[in-house]
Ligand binder design. Structure first.
Ligand SMILES: NC(=O)c1ccc[n+]([C@@H]2O[C@H](COP(=O)([O-])OP(=O)(O)OC[C@H]3O[C@@H](n4cnc5c(N)ncnc54)[C@H](O)[C@@H]3O)[C@@H](O)[C@H]2O)c1
Length: 289
């Protein structure tokens, strides 16, 4: 039996916000934690707007909307997640920051709680090694963006992860209306091992003047039947996240074909992170654009 009542989501950004929303709509009590009060405020505001839109579209009944909103709690401190049965981490894609957090979580959660990471590329084995005494309960639970829409959850088993933990996460993903598919703990797993080099190559093609960004994206959309072009998708994911993933692939696979395109580095250095900052490859500061 799943035996999960409360889910703590750490990180209230685009992924954490989405995971929390889906968990709340699925009937779980949710506590969202973020180090930034601004991020927490935006997350709560987005939940209100997005859930209300679901009611307008007829996808959610008024009573379901009210139940979901009542399930959602927001906090700036880990002290408020003590009663959680599952912790889903969705903070910045930086291994040292995640390791530090999992070290703290392992001390806080000494029972049967699952410690899941939504990492896009970082080794679950490495994160689990930092969770002293709890490494068999650390697992990758990789949701996709936007979480309320995308069905897939890539489930990653680290070297130390127990089969029971994998089984529970698969059941949890199903209870959240998702389709869990297992993958092994290799850099980028399946999704970003394949997707991110494609995005990176699109930046190289742009940098080398093969086409302007809008034309490059349109060619890939119409030519490959992609719902959005790779540069638009990079903005949507977040250029900082793309760069972190490319660093992991490059470092951990050791192959120069994974070197991050200098243009991504430059945009990130300029603070042009994509949708989340209003500008990345494309400019979103003007709604008409
Ligand atoms: N963006 C995507 O498309 C996507 C898809 C799948 C997985 N992911 C992964 O999900 C994770 C989050 O990505 P995102 O796009 O939501 O990023 P984001 O930048 O939108 O949000 C990250 C949030 O984490 C918070 N944070 C950072 N360090 C923290 C800490 N120590 N404690 C508490 N909060 C902290 C930040 O304040 C921010 O609100 C990353 O590991 C990323 O690789 C992203």
């Amino acid at each position: 039996m799943l035996n999960v009542k409360t889910i703590a989501v750490i990180g209230a950004g685009q992924m954490g916000g989405g995971i929390a929303q889906v968990a709340a709509v699925s009937g779980f009590k949710v506590v969202v934690v973020d180090a930034s009060a601004g991020a927490l405020g935006r997350c709560q505001e987005n939940h209100g707007k997005r859930l209300a839109r679901e009611v307008e579209k007829g996808k959610l009944k008024q009573a379901e909307f009210e139940a979901a909103v009542s399930h959602l709690n927001y906090s700036g401190t880990l002290d408020d997640i003590k009663g959680a049965d599952v912790i889903v981490e969705a903070i910045v894609e930086e291994a040292p920051v995640k390791r530090e957090l999992f070290g703290r979580l392992a001390k806080m959660f000494t029972g049967s709680q699952i410690l899941a990471s939504n990492t896009s590329s970082i080794s679950i084995t490495e994160i689990a090694a930092a969770a002293h005494g709890a490494s068999d309960r650390v697992v990758g639970m990789h949701f996709f963006n936007p979480v309320p829409v995308m069905k897939l959850v890539e489930v990653i088993k680290g070297l130390q992860t127990s089969d029971a933990t994998v089984h529970r996460v698969i059941e949890l993903a199903k209870a959240m209306g998702k389709t869990p598919i297992p993958a092994n703990d290799r850099p980028g797993f399946v999704s970003n091992r394949v997707l991110m080099p494609l995005i990176n190559e699109a930046f190289y093609a742009w940098m080398e003047g093969v086409a302007e960004p809008a034309n490059l994206d349109e060619i890939m959309k119409l030519g490959c039947n992609f719902p959005m072009g790779p540069l638009r998708l990079a903005d949507f994911i977040g250029l900082d996240t793309c760069l972190h993933i490319m660093h992991v692939l490059h470092r951990d696979l050791g192959d120069p074909k994974f070197r991050p395109c200098p243009l991504i580095r430059q945009l990130v250095a300029a603070g042009r992170l994509g949708d989340k900052t209003g500008r990345g490859v494309f400019d979103y500061s003007h709604p008409a654009k």
